[in-house]
Design a binder for this molecule. Sequence first.
Ligand SMILES: [Zn+2]
Length: 198
Amino acid sequence: MAKKKMAKKNRSVNAGKSRKLVSLQADQNIWPLERDVLFRPDRFKYVRKVIQPQGCVFCAASGAEPSVESLCFYQTKNSMMMLNKFPYNSGHILILPRRHVGDLTLLSDEEYFDLQSLVRTGFHLLEHVYQPGGLNFGLNHGAVAGAGIPDHLHYHLIPRWSGDLNFFPLIAETKAVIESLDQSFEKLKIGMKKLRQS
Ligand SMILES: [Zn+2]
């Protein structure tokens, strides 16, 4: 008899639970707060260090035709410009020698002057395409200095606008960038073409 009572009670509790679940599912306004959420599951494949590329990505880009796949949009004999795959801001580009070298002092004069000339061109290009309020420019020389790919030199050139920082970089090492890499690539490729014609 006691067992029967217990079984009846359990059925009653379970029935109550399922009634509650049904009522929650039927209710379309169960969230007490609304907020903006940026869902970007496609970005997962770019999570740093989860997928290690084979070989040097810069050398691979140098050996290929400029394309959105390689992210390289301009090459000279010794140097090239490409998009940073992990941009800190729209228009974040890298300017680098085509040869696989991680020490600036090992560049020949020809390579060095070509690289510096392309740096200046990069400034012209970003001013022309993005009209930023300012630019960050720098080189992390060696792994301890913060170079992500220390064996292949690369200058960073980043457009900046007043108020372009948000809290993401502070809490999650993530930066919201308003332009896709494809969009940046097209803009810079066209910008470079116009710059060379002027
Ligand atoms: Zn390389």
